[in-house]
Design a protein around this ligand. Structure first.
Ligand SMILES: CC(C)(COP(=O)(O)OP(=O)(O)OC[C@H]1O[C@@H](n2cnc3c(N)ncnc32)[C@H](O)[C@@H]1OP(=O)(O)O)[C@@H](O)C(=O)NCCC(=O)NCCS
Length: 378
């Protein structure tokens, strides 16, 4: 079979976690429309849904919230290791290294078969990844890390550990919506990476490290940070059109946060985040970045190149504005994506456990029938 590149259109698993119809911009989690989920759900409810295939009742919701919060602490040795890393280390590299080290401290890390144990491990990792993110922000800023609180949900705990103050409701709600929207998305690149690793029989921490590595790239999770750098580079609303003419019309750059392998219509998550970005922009009095993003979207969507290729803002475009307005360092944008996607990765990893090795073929295009000339004669 001819090589299409990028495995586009190849089906590699049957899943119940999410459904995407990219032609009309539909996304559902376990049968629930993403718009409905984003309006009502906590990240903990979504995590429960992804892991169990159904929504939790109130006591199950409290159980999963507590299980995440009460297991979110990270070992002192890990904090020491993070302190020893150069401050300019990209936060995604810190997270990748930290999750790898966590395996050494997890009593069940090497159990490769028990799915209940794997679900508990997934909840530990969910809390710990958030703690690592908040701890690194503080360490990189020269501040002592703050331990997680057992009484908070994940979004609140993140704000609390980041600020060392009672979490603000508006900020917690914005982080919660972000976490809900990014939790799961079919066979995206990082999820596929976690499945490939799991299918070899390797452990969950290894699979999650692989997921973080894949998410780091600007064609995937790294796009949220690149989108914000682009908005900052544009600087003013009046610069949008000249910037577009100079960098995009010439083919020199791509608009980060626009285009998607699956969506050839509006990404429904982008629309939801756009509304949140606007509300946050208004309440913070910092409308400029939102206005630049809107103007650039309008400029691109009026351009034949973008119309013909069905290129629309994806989830990373307006999430960049949401995260920036929450005062997060740009370097932390992609780790926040990982903080959320750990729930989808976990569900896929558990679904893949015990499954068949993933081993596609390559099409050999090199020479045949060469004779090996000994090194001394070359
Ligand atoms: C997401 C992305 C990697 C999808 O890639 P893909 O499915 O392999 O699509 P392609 O790279 O083949 O792009 C298809 C066409 O649209 C163009 N295109 C895609 N995204 C573009 C963008 N953001 N800006 C300008 N042109 C873009 C490509 O140049 C290509 O044009 P061509 O047919 O003339 O060669 C791509 O859209 C992209 O790089 N976007 C920016 C990064 C981003 O936001 N990533 C996050 C994804 S959630």
């Amino acid at each position: 079979m001819a090589n299409q590149g990028g495995l586009e259109g190849i089906v590699v698993a049957d899943i119940g976690t999410s459904y995407i119809d990219g032609g009309i911009g539909v996304l559902t989690y376990g049968g629930y429309a993403i718009e409905d989920v984003a309006e009502h759900a906590t990240f903990e409810e979504v995590t429960f849904l992804l892991l169990n295939g159904r929504v939790p009742n109130q006591s199950e919701h409290e159980q999963i919230r507590a299980a995440i919060a009460m297991n979110a602490a990270i070992p002192d040795e890990l904090v020491d290791m993070m302190r020893s890393m150069p401050r300019q280390t990209p936060a995604m590299s810190v997270l990748r290294t930290a999750v790898s080290m966590l395996a050494a401290f997890d009593k069940d890390a090497e159990n490769l078969t028990d799915k209940d144990m794997a679900a508990d491990k997934a909840l530990r990792l969910t809390g710990q990844i958030t703690t690592i993110c908040a701890a690194w922000m503080r360490i990189a800023g020269g501040l002592p890390p703050v331990a997680p609180r057992p009484d908070l949900n994940l979004a609140q705990n993140f704000i609390y550990m980041m600020t060392d103050a009672e979490p603000d409701d508006t900020a917690s709600a914005a982080v919660n919506v972000y976490l809900v929207l990014l939790a799961e998305h079919g066979m995206n690149a990082s999820t596929f990476a976690t499945r490939v690793i799991t299918a070899t029989g390797a452990d969950m921490h290894s699979a999650v490290v692989g997921g973080i590595a894949a998410l780091k790239g600007p064609a995937h999770g790294g796009a949220n940070a690149e989108a914000m750098k682009m908005f900052l580079d544009i600087g003013e609303v009046d610069n949008v059109v000249p910037w577009f003419e100079k960098h995009i019309k010439t083919g020199e750059r791509r608009i980060m946060g626009i285009g998607h392998r699956v969506y050839k219509a509006n990404d429904p998550r982008a629309g939801i985040l756009k509304r949140h970005a606007e509300a946050l922009a208004n309440s913070s009095g910092q409308r400029k970045w939102f206005d630049i993003a809107v103007k650039l979207e309008e400029t691109a969507r009026a351009d034949d190149y973008f119309i013909q290729r069905n290129l629309y803002p994806n989830v990373d475009y307006y999430s960049a504005i949401v995260l920036y307005t929450l005062d997060l360092d740009i370097d932390m944008f992609t780790p926040l994506f990982a903080m959320s996607r750990i729930s989808g990765w976990s569900a896929h990893i558990i679904g893949q456990m015990g499954g068949r090795l993933i081993r596609p073929k390559a099409n050999y295009v090199g020479p045949h029938d060469l004779t090996w000339i000994p090194l001394a004669e070359r």
